[in-house]
Design a protein around this ligand. Structure first.
Ligand code: ADP
Ligand code: MG
Length: 232
């Protein structure tokens, strides 16, 4: 319970982060602009040109990463809350993540429950962003490939989405810091993905639990209140 309270407090700061995140995006753009300007100088040697292009591309990638983790789906613009078919959204996001998974030698397993229509309340794009951030972390945790499994458990009146990887897992210290803005263990991480996911699920009156073992893997469980379900 204490851990949950602490997490909730961390999330209080989320709304204040939008400004700092646009700053984070603006930074690499400013750097890129500077180097492109240097490139247009005829006196710049071929060696320097190559170096500047490398830096500019890296900075642009950085900006893209931040936008991918934070803004593409979870636009700060207010979307309307609606009834969301959980299975439809999972299928959609799994399709988005498969090429990235394959590229990393990861096989995505999604045993489909046929004809199960389970509805929750939320903003569709944000829910997709939340799933993508977690799926992406799962893929990235498996440097040597492996399996990423998504399944559903019904715990009426809740639906639980489990996203399980066979990756490197986390230490207790890392688990405690999950969702903290800018906490990352990756060389090019943004440390924004989990913060965004926690914030979205909290907005849907749900919960995210995590179980992780170093060297074995991690399972994220998203629990959401069902508003309507229909089987068959
Ligand atoms: P980023 O992916 O940019 O590092 P996130 O907020 O998405 O930022 O994740 C924060 C950190 O949480 C990661 O750097 C990683 O250390 C840890 N993490 C998240 N998901 C997993 C996972 N499935 N397996 C192992 N570590 C994870
Ligand atoms: Mg991430």
């Amino acid at each position: 319970v204490l851990e949950k309270i602490i997490k909730a407090e961390k999330l209080e700061t989320v709304s204040h982060l939008a400004a700092s995140i646009s700053h984070e995006v603006r930074n690499p753009l400013t750097i890129t602009r500077g180097f492109v300007q240097l490139l247009s100088d005829e006196d710049t040697s071929k060696n320097s040109r190559e170096r500047y292009i490398g830096i500019a591309l890296e900075e642009l990638d950085r900006a893209t990463e931040i936008i991918n983790d934070y803004l593409t789906f979870a636009r700060p613009v207010l979307e309307k809350k609606e009834k969301i078919n959980v299975l439809d959204e999972i299928v959609h996001t799994v399709k988005i993540i498969i090429p990235f998974a394959n590229m990393n030698g990861v096989n995505v397993r999604f045993p489909l429950i046929n004809n199960a229509n389970i509805f929750v309340i939320g903003e569709r794009k944000k829910f997709q962003q939340c799933l993508i951030n977690i799926l992406k972390n799962g893929v990235e945790s498996m440097q040597k490939g492996g399996e990423l499994e998504i399944d559903l458990t019904s715990l009426h009146p809740y639906i639980q989405i489990n996203i399980r990887d066979e990756g490197k897992g986390m230490t207790q210290e890392q688990i405690n810091r999950l969702g903290e803005p800018y906490f990352t263990t990756k060389e090019k991480g943004t440390g924004l993905g989990m913060m965004v996911s926690y914030s979205i699920i909290r907005g849907m009156e749900g919960e995210i639990d995590v179980e992780s073992q170093e060297g074995k893997g991690t399972c994220f469980s998203i629990k959401l209140p069902i508003v309507h379900s229909q089987i068959g």
